[in-house]
Design a binder for this molecule. Sequence first.
Ligand code: CO
Length: 209
Amino acid sequence: MRELKLLFEKNRQWAEEHIKDDPDYFQRLSEGQNPTYLWIGCSDSRIPANEVVGLAPGELFVHRNVANLFIHTDFNCLSVLQYAIDYLQIKHVIVCGHYDCGGVKAALGDEQLGLVDNWLRNIRDVYARSKDELEAIKDDTLRCNRLVELNVIQQVLNIGHTTIVQNGWSRGQKISIHGWLYDLPKGKLIDLKCCVSSPKQLEEIYLTS
Ligand code: CO
């Protein structure tokens, strides 16, 4: 299989660019990673995690899936979180949703899409929990945007309730979970100000949202 030559060519150029002024760049990176942040974002191709926050390779630990969900039974995201908290000693977990999210839009629709519907079911549960608030919003885009926000807040709570974060806090480890949005048409991040850094803060948001 020698297709996709373009990508190999782009990789060669990219690697050369990095070592042009810094010949040891990749050697240094290969010795280990010490990222400060874990990014949990949407798989959407328009939101490259490192690039939107201007961080270099090695600075951001990343997990992405459709609609940036953190599900208690998903061993994929649980494994990422455990490694990040227990071994990388990550201090900041960022859940970043985005407006115009295809996954959230699909969860609002009636059309059956297949296997992915079971995944999107989690967003429909978020909708059901805030049905009155959401159905009072008449504009479809604004309603979808609000569901994007509520979905992020729900994932912040889900992460805070894991044994991984709870045990980290009990050990005295500093862990903050942040809920952010990426405003795709503007290219800007928005802080949803639902950060939790302790079990007490977690319960305050859990009981009021
Ligand atoms: Co999305």
